[in-house]
Write a protein that binds this ligand. Sequence first.
Ligand SMILES: Nc1ncnc2c1ncn2[C@@H]1O[C@H](COP(=O)(O)OP(=O)(O)OP(=O)(O)O)[C@@H](O)[C@H]1O
Ligand SMILES: [Mg+2]
Length: 319
Amino acid sequence: MEQAARMRKRGQINVVLKKYPDQEHALLSHQETDVLEKPEHVAYKKMQQELNEFIGLKNIKDFMKEIYAWLYLNQKRQDEGLKAGKQVLHMVFKGNPGTGKTTVARLIAKMFKEMGVLEKGHLIEAERADLVGEYIGHTAQKTRELVQKSLGGILFVDEAYSLARGGEKDFGKEAIDTLVKSMEDQQHSFVLILAGYPKEMDRFLKLNPGLPSRFPMKVTFPNYTVKELLLMAKKMVKERDYQLDNRAEDTLKDLLTYTKEKQEEHFSNGRFIRNLLERSIRSQAVRLLEEGKFEKVDLMTIKSVDLTKAFHHTDVRIE
Ligand SMILES: Nc1ncnc2c1ncn2[C@@H]1O[C@H](COP(=O)(O)OP(=O)(O)OP(=O)(O)O)[C@@H](O)[C@H]1O
Ligand SMILES: [Mg+2]
């Protein structure tokens, strides 16, 4: 989607879509105007407000603005009788676990609904087992049923490459073929998002040459930095009426640095933080019960020991 979109009507919008070398999709650079505050942009504003609650994700924020601008401008062009670009909205999301893929897909579904692009705006999450059947003909039927359920919304297929796992003879191939056919037959009725680990997604797309052109929008979800993860943690504890004391913050930083390095692409980013904190809250509860401490400040404070105890729990620490 490397195109320049300009609307000079009363000089209100002047947006240029640029291609950055390190990112697969075009980013939007814009001159800040308050034009997006207008009621007609409510779909964008709502989505932006929700997205602003998220730490980091700068490229996703730009990407969402880009799709909005593109759809909006296409509408304006149609109104003026100009040719509007073909709107293929199927996407590929590449990112490690817990980087926000499902959350962002949900937001896109909502925004598309607000904009009238999708009728219902719901998200159906599926994986291989939901699409692939056990006997000949079963797969096509299962996949078609899932597409049927997704009409008016988004069908989000996680670990999409697992469909190509067994090669030519595997039923997974039938699922891919059925999906592709549905994309063509029901072009404007649903959006398909294929998601998964970056390397595996690249390989999958390369091995299925018919696919990349059908998914013009490719979005990379970067791993969060330790700094971003810490901010995320502080936000999550605050939302739950808890706080980390100074030592707990240092411990959390150490745990994050260690785990991120050790698990590499298996590190589950936002999900790791959430699991660790939820576990820590339970560790803290046991500690306070045993210590018999129930002052407000005690009830609120997560200590270093709560984090380390939680960390050693298998729910949190995936080896
Ligand atoms: N930028 C962020 N700011 C705050 N919380 C976040 C952010 N990104 C992810 N999270 C939180 O991390 C958790 C995982 O996010 P999500 O399920 O969207 O990731 P995912 O990429 O779909 O993961 P998976 O591949 O494991 O399905 C959620 O609880 C989400 O709220
Ligand atoms: Mg997910």
